[in-house]
Design a protein around this ligand. Sequence first.
Ligand code: SF4
Ligand code: SF4
Length: 169
Amino acid sequence: MINSSLNTKIFLTDSEFGELFGPGIARLVGIMNTAATDICPRCNGYCCKNIGCLFYSEYFSTCPIFDRRPRECRYHFCNEVFTAAPLTREEKDLMQQPVEDLICGSKSEIAKLFFLFPEFPLDEKGLMALGIKDEVRRIIVDFESGKLKEDEAFRMMRQLCRDDAVIPS
Ligand code: SF4
Ligand code: SF4
């Protein structure tokens, strides 16, 4: 069942994600994450780039905000990862259900609680709404031009991920 205090929160910890989606889904996502650990480094973030995430740089070794990335990232796995993950057919079916089925809500409740779920909160429009677009861009530019080391860029980006950032209504 949905924890209403988390339903519009953008930056989620592991435990908040587990609380939002429930322990069953969190366990399956953990198995998918383990499969992704082997596959994603070779791909260098194709999906992160494609979705227009402004936190992404092809020169980062990993996601700069991995431990607080939003639910959209936490629930996304491409077919290669999905195929490689050691899940049973039933578990894979469960993972493939639409989000609204997974969280056991009515359509109207979901529309109200996850009204912007199909939109990605960390693209240009999303970061403009959060007021951090220019700062994130500047960190990326400084990192890619060699002015910032990766650990410093990651630290600065994590500081921009405010705990009270929510999907705008
Ligand atoms: S989920 Fe798939 S597309 Fe995205 S980074 Fe991993 S391997 Fe690449
Ligand atoms: S926040 Fe999400 S889309 Fe952006 S780099 Fe991290 S995992 Fe990729």
